[in-house]
Design a protein around this ligand. Structure first.
Ligand code: ADP
Ligand code: MG
Ligand code: MG
Length: 948
């Protein structure tokens, strides 16, 4: 307990060129509050921000700790802050003659679509409205503001935050909207701005009656009552269903709490000289460096985002197919545009990052209502990082850290096959809000998206527009398609954040029940397949092929990755079993193969003959028979390995000896069984008996890996001979090869020694046969059984390298069956018993201890022991960082995760440098200049790797 609640500052003011807070105070003031303070008060900015105050996140914490009550002192702090707003504005809150109106805005540390929506025009009542009319000289405007307040307040404060369940699923907002639409229809109006004063007056009366009828309460007709109702609603919404859902997806801690911003209203709906808009300092869709945004004349607040009218572009660059004929702000009001443009430039320079800004113009006067670091998709993030580095706005380390490794997934994202697209006519066109291609079956509700996806269906969520209630379904869908909304709509914002394919504002479709009808007559029903091109905004019927993109053509990407390679110290390899995968991985920057699985050649294309021979080998009953089958198999294995090693051109290739349990290779098909019996010269009864003999109760822990090689040394012998001959021949052909032979599923050094004896004998034989003195190679083992990690010092006596097989290590360390975890993992994650799926990201607390111990003990025996990791963890950014901290030489992951792992590796190196700088005393830290430290450290790491 630092300060007593009664002495604490709970309210921070901003406005009039001053602010109590600043940008660094996000934890206390929330993101919106901290940035409002920064814009208003920072000496370099002092932007025109309407005055207001922020109620801190501490109040939220207090509220939940104290049965939803406030600190006693809060009220007087708010009243004091209100007085200073009143002074600046020259109006009084709740005053009959000259009423001040306020907005109540939520604001957590990170922007959260699940939070309470902003309520505007607070302080308007039957008593104060005349004052607003007198002061503005515009009764229509005043009543428009009033009807908005009544609608918003009823919806977000009274119903949603009040936790009222709408009857028959129809909320008060929807009921009111229908009344409004009916009135417009009756009078023949097209848009909201056609409504007259009289219309608006009658709507307000009607709305209040509806509130009483449906919500069983009166609309509060007193300014302070409205204000405190709004404040309470923001706090209550922190634990609303939508916010809780969003937090769990985005991993935002429940303890953070939200702040509340209360701010003097400025009016974008005061006629034709007023407007409201949203803009970005660079295009968030592709990262290009130009001011980009939309605005609406004579509108307020969320009108731009809600897609009620098509927003106009702020400048020519911001035009899209829908808005190309609308008047730009630049043209409409050059003076305002110039001021806005200069502010956006200053903001970007000040924050050193792309800003997402909200503004309102009241009768020609510009006000800034929000700024924050703008969300961007992966391609845009890469582009901006590379550009800003070139512009010297940020340094290399910052550029690297600006891109979240997982965002690169989008650049690797499949696209609709261009050839197929060229010959197909789209059924509709909308706005390209999230790039990439996607195919899926159409669903029309978030619930359906969740339910279908749970059954393993690929779905595309189609809605008129999305709202925070849809977040779960949007997350589960392959892509999102909306018929309304613009590039700054909810769907676009959320999809952009996730890097999801998304098309918005597709007005060429109309949704009716579980059908969408296209303007060109096409009808798409629930469950039908469609294909989306999110980069261009095109919708196609049916299932189109997806094709890969060519990363080498992306200049920003290649520039950024050059920086990445300067920083990262840990190597990145790939898991690849074929020349094709290996080639792909090298293009993505792989430095070797960390896992080549021998058994892949018995699956898939061209595997018929080798598989048959393998089966023959398995079904053999004597060593003689087995050797005969192995001899036949030898040629296939050697050819296969040679092909992959050839592609790698001397880069290390870790080849794992045969691992899976034998029974997996036994045929089930009768015809295949007969063929096998014939080849072995036995009858079906005997064959069946031999098959029965292979049955295991727990094959995962059964006769697999090195255990096969112990029982049948000739199997090991054949593989080693194939590898060494392939490598030796490549070397003679001057093609270079570096195999690393990896023995799987070991738990004692005696197993390794046993197999090493075979290796040594075969090695001598192959050298003699090829007439060479040596064949470069390493002999090592997988560490995937906890016992092997515990006895790593012994294992390292024989092994030249360790590769942590973290899939099995996790399985055996937890005692969780990899194949059965699906049955209980959801309960573990839902109940917060586990924070993450340990098969997705390394369990650093537990399994991580085994790894740490294994690395330390292994290197205690052999200081230059090479250590890596294989298994899908190698492509998980957090796991890559962990491996870096463990001092591993490399991680290995599937080809498509290689760029992600490289970026994560650079992040790890930068984080380490930064924390070393923090820890080091001031003088020393000066020497560790980021740019210089990176290559030096890299060279050191390389030395270690080379020594081996
Ligand atoms: P969100 O978190 O959804 O962006 P905001 O609190 O920014 O919500 O509010 C949404 C919109 O409401 C703003 O972009 C702005 O147009 C409008 N708004 C909020 N406060 C005010 C105000 N004091 N004056 C005028 N408009 C406001
Ligand atoms: Mg909002
Ligand atoms: Mg906003």
């Amino acid at each position: 307990m630092a300060t007593k609640a009664k002495d604490k500052k709970y309210v921070y003011s901003f406005g009039g060129g001053k602010a109590d807070g600043n940008e660094s105070m996000k934890n206390l003031l929330g993101g919106k509050g901290a940035n409002l303070a920064e814009m208003a008060g920072n000496p370099n900015l002092k932007l025109p921000v309407p005055p207001g105050f922020t109620i801190t996140t501490d109040v939220c914490t207090y509220y939940y700790d104290n049965k939803r009550t406030y600190p006693a002192i809060l009220k007087s702090q708010i009243e004091k802050a209100m007085v200073s707003v009143e002074k600046i504005m020259g109006k009084k809150f709740g005053d009959v003659k000259n009423p001040l109106l306020m907005s109540v805005r939520s604001g957590a540390r990170k922007s959260m679509p699940g939070m309470m929506d902003t309520v505007l025009n607070i302080g308007l009542t039957e008593k104060t409205i005349q004052g607003l009319i007198d002061n503005s000289g515009d009764a229509r405007f005043a009543y428009d503001a009033y009807r908005r307040l009544v609608m918003m307040y009823a919806d977000v404060v009274m119903e949603k935050a009040g936790g009222l369940e709408p009857a028959e699923g129809k909320g008060i907002r929807k009921i009111m909207d229908e009344v409004l639409e009916d009135l417009k229809k009756e009078k023949g109006y097209k848009i909201d701005t056609d409504l007259t004063v009289e219309d608006l007056k009658s709507l307000v009366v009607e709305f209040k009656k509806l509130i009483k009828k449906h919500l069983k309460q009166e609309f509060p007709e007193d300014a302070w009552g409205q204000l405190m109702g709004g404040v309470g609603a923001v706090f209550a919404s922190w634990n609303g269903k939508r916010a809780v859902e969003y937090r769990s997806i985005e991993r935002i801690p429940d303890e953070w709490g939200t702040a509340v911003n209360v701010q003097a209203m400025v009016f974008g709906n005061m006629g034709e000289g007023s407007c409201t808009g949203v803009a970005f300092t660079r295009n968030p869709g592709n990262g290009e460096n130009y001011f980009y945004g939309e605005y609406l004349v004579n509108a307020q607040g969320e009108d731009v985002v809600a897609g009620i009218r098509t927003p106009s572009p702020i400048n020519d660059k911001s035009k899209n197919d829908h808005s190309k004929d609308l008047v730009t702000l630049q043209k409409l009001s050059p003076k305002v545009y110039k001021e806005l443009d200069s502010i956006q430039k200053r903001l970007e320079k000040h924050y050193h990052d792309m800003q997402d800004i909200e503004f309102t113009v009241e009768q020609g006067k510009l006000f800034m209502l929000q700024c924050r670091v703008g969300k961007r998709n992966g391609s845009a993030a890469v582009r901006m990082a590379a550009d800003m580095y070139k512009e010297k706005m940020i340094d290399a380390a910052t550029a690297i850290q600006r891109v979240n490794p997982n965002q690169l997934v989008e650049l690797l994202l499949p696209m609709l096959d261009p050839k197929a697209e060229a010959t197909t006519k789209p059924i509709a066109k909308g706005l390209p809000a999230g790039p990439g291609g996607a195919i899926g079956r159409v669903v029309f509700s978030s619930e359906d998206a969740v339910a279908w996806a749970a059954k393993g269906e690929k779905v595309i969520l189609v809605r008129e527009e999305t709202s925070p209630e849809d977040v779960d379904g949007m997350h589960k869908a392959q892509a999102i398609l909306t018929s309304k909304g613009g590039m700054t709509s909810h769907a676009a914002l959320v999809a952009r954040g996730w890097g999801k394919c998304c098309i918005v504002g597709c007005s060429e479709i109309e949704i009716s029940g579980k059908k969408m009808i296209c303007k060109d007559g096409h009808e798409v029903k629930e469950g039908d397949w469609i294909s989306l091109n999110g980069t261009k905004g095109l919708v196609y019927e049916g299932m189109m092929a997806l094709s890969d993109v060519d990363l080498a053509k992306n200049k920003a990407y290649t520039e950024l990755m050059k920086l990445v390679d300067k920083y990262k110290t840990i190597g990145v390899r790939t898991n690849a079993d074929t020349p094709k995968d290996a080639k792909q991985a090298i293009e993505f920057g792989a430095e070797g193969i960390g896992l080549f699985r021998t058994e892949h050649m018995f699956y898939g294309e061209g595997s018929d003959r080798p598989l048959f021979l393998l089966r023959k080998m398995i079904m053999s009953s004597t060593e003689e028979e087995r050797r005969a089958a192995l001899d036949q198999l030898f040629g296939f294995v050697k050819k296969d390995m040679k092909a992959t090693m050839a592609v790698m051109k001397g880069k290390p290739v870790t080849i794992r000896l045969l691992d899976p349990p034998l029974h997996e290779f036994v045929p089930h098909d009768k015809h295949k069984l007969e063929e096998l019996a014939n080849a072995l010269g036995i009858n079906m009864d005997i064959l069946k008996k031999r098959i029965d003999g292979l049955h295991e109760n727990n094959p995962m822990l059964g006769h697999r890996g090195v255990r096969l090689g112990i029982t049948y040394p000739e199997i090991t012998e054949m593989q080693i001979r194939a590898i060494l001959e392939a490598a030796g021949e490549l070397n003679k052909e001057k093609a270079k090869a570096l195999p690393e032979i990896m023995v799987p599923v070991t738990c004692t050094v005696e197993e390794l020694d046993h197999q090493k004896a075979i290796f040594d004998r075969v090695y001598a034989e192959v050298c003699k046969k090829l007439k060479v003195k040596s064949i470069p190679h390493l002999y090592g083992t997988m560490i995937e059984i906890p016992r092997a990690a515990l006895l790593a010092d012994k294992m390292a006596q024989t092994a030249d390298f360790f590769s942590f097989g973290t899939n099995d290590l996790t399985q055996m360390g937890f005692g969780f069956s990899r194949d059965d975890i699906g049955g209980f993992l959801p309960d573990y994650l839902g109940g917060k018993i586990l924070a993450d799926d340990p098969f997705q990201t390394i369990d650093q607390d537990g399994i991580g201890q085994l790894i740490k111990y294994g690395v330390e003990r292994g290197r205690a025996t052999k200081p230059n022991l090479k250590v890596g990791i294989c298994g899908e963890h190698g492509g998980d950014p957090e796991s890559v960082k962990f491996c870096h901290r463990m001092g591993m030489n490399y991680v290995s992951c599937s080809p498509f995760r290689v760029p992600i792992a490289r970026l994560a590796a650079a992040h790890a190196a930068i984080e380490e440098q930064k924390s070393a700088k923090k820890a080091a005393p001031k003088k020393a830290s000066k020497k560790v200049v980021a740019k210089k430290a990176a290559p030096a450290k890299k060279a050191a790491a390389k030395k270690v790797a080379k020594k081996r």
